[in-house]
Design a protein around this ligand. Structure first.
Ligand code: CO
Length: 147
């Protein structure tokens, strides 16, 4: 079901400072920044390694660091920052068929946050799975946009 780690999501208070740190320190490449009002965040996707096929759904697709700055304190990431401070927020795993993955998880009694996929970064379809059944890790399924 899970084919690779697509990205790790990191909650930050200052997106621009975090972008500067991750690009300058590790040489990651800033691929996109966008505001996602639905999720209440301003975010950046930074690619690891060579970027040959952004958004492609194959083994050569890059992994990303996703930096998340809340748009307001009363958003999921804003509440996360208030409760736990900056740090690892979620792990995003690539899947080839997000609807099939959600059906399988639901059938196994795993608590879903998103019963239906929604729009994510870089045109992907994404869905979050509740950390309660996954040992405290907020988990995101990512079906990349067709490249
Ligand atoms: Co994510």
């Amino acid at each position: 079901m899970l084919t690779r780690i697509d990205h790790v999501g990191i909650a930050v208070t200052d997106l621009d400072a975090a972008i500067e740190r991750y690009t300058a320190t590790f040489g990651l490449r800033l691929v996109a920044t966008e505001t996602n009002a639905d999720q209440g965040v301003r975010e950046a996707m930074l690619a690891l390694g060579e970027v040959t096929s952004i958004g492609a759904d194959d083994a050569a697709a890059p992994s990303y660091v996703q930096l998340l700055e809340p748009l307001a304190s009363d958003t999921p990431v804003g509440r996360f920052l208030a409760r736990r401070g900056e740090g690892l927020h979620h792990v995003g795993y690539a899947v080839t068929d997000i609807n099939a993955a959600l059906e399988s998880l639901a059938a196994q009694g795993v608590q879903l946050i998103d019963a239906q996929p929604r729009h994510g970064s870089l045109g992907a379809s994404i869905a979050f799975v509740h950390p309660r059944d996954l040992f405290g890790v907020l988990t995101e399924l990512v079906q990349a946009a067709r490249g």
